[in-house]
Design a protein around this ligand. Structure first.
Ligand code: MG
Ligand code: MG
Length: 270
């Protein structure tokens, strides 16, 4: 069943979600060639605990880390390791935080140094597709309207591959609650969107085909064709009939602008 949240509960989920955003901003500030994904993870965990919270992912179904860091052809669920970030890498970082009994969940894809135009365009379209979905999260619509908007934009309009195996989700006292929020689907289908709905909208978009495989580590999902993939995620609440974005890319993008090791957009896109 779907747990609709009260105004007070949404306030707490916003607090958790903004701590996720601040954590991703911290990562944006220190990401550079030569740093290992494990170093990023250690910094993120310390920051979250210093802020009176705990990482949502650590211990979740046996996952041993704070962040999922997925590089290049890795889509999601990449395990932090001694792997060093290189110039030209596409680095998706997913983070969850548990504070005051509620989770927040958000993800951002960073472009390190001199990246391909394919990477720049894919990241841009993936981020935009999150907002295409968010626009449809209004009372009167159904979850399928969100799904369709994302798929239509990324796949039909831009020709990218939309991952089917992993989907967005409700969240609150649990990291993953009903309903599922697929990034593909039909308009007018699925649960009705109602006041108090809290969901994570998180398209995973591939440069090539939609097909993915799981690595032998039991976690990492990568593209079957080994082409790059991007992942952006916001936690949102439906209040006063429409979507209120509880996480924020603003602190992340300020940190990106201040880090000369990351690709800089010619123009501000947020
Ligand atoms: Mg996430
Ligand atoms: Mg999520």
């Amino acid at each position: 069943m779907i747990y609709y949240k009260t105004t007070d509960e949404i306030k707490l989920i916003r607090e958790s979600s903004l701590l996720v955003s601040e954590t991703l901003a911290l990562i944006a500030g220190i990401l550079q060639p030569g740093i290992t994904t494990l170093e990023l993870d250690t910094k993120a965990e310390a920051f979250i605990r210093d802020n009176g919270a705990r990482p949502s992912f650590k211990g979740y179904r046996g996952f041993a880390h704070t962040l999922c860091i997925s590089v290049n052809d890795e889509v999601v669920h990449g395990i932090p390791s001694k792997r060093e970030i290189k110039n030209g890498d596409v680095v998706s970082v997913d983070c969850g935080v548990y504070k005051n009994s509620f989770h927040g969940d958000s993800a951002y894809t960073f472009l390190v140094g001199e990246v391909t135009m394919d990477a720049v365009n894919l990241a841009k379209v993936t981020k935009e597709s999150v907002y295409k979905g968010i626009e449809m999260a209004v009372v009167g619509n159904r979850i399928g309207d969100i799904s369709y908007a994302i798929q239509n934009y990324a796949e039909s309009f831009h020709g990218y591959g939309v991952v089917r195996e992993l989907v967005g989700h409700g969240l609150g006292k649990s990291l993953h609650e009903e309903p599922e929020v697929p990034n593909f689907g039909a308009r007018g289908k699925g649960p009705k969107i109602q006041e108090g709905l809290v969901i994570a909208i998180e398209p995973m978009i591939n440069l090539g085909t939609k097909n993915v495989v799981q690595e032998n580590d039991g976690w990492t999902i990568r593209t079957k064709d080994r082409k790059i993939s991007c992942h952006f995620e916001h936690t949102i609440a439906v209040t006063k009939g429409k979507a209120d974005i509880l996480s924020s890319f603003e602190p992340i993008e300020i940190a990106v602008k201040g880090n000369k090791n990351l690709y800089q957009e010619a123009e501000t896109v947020s």
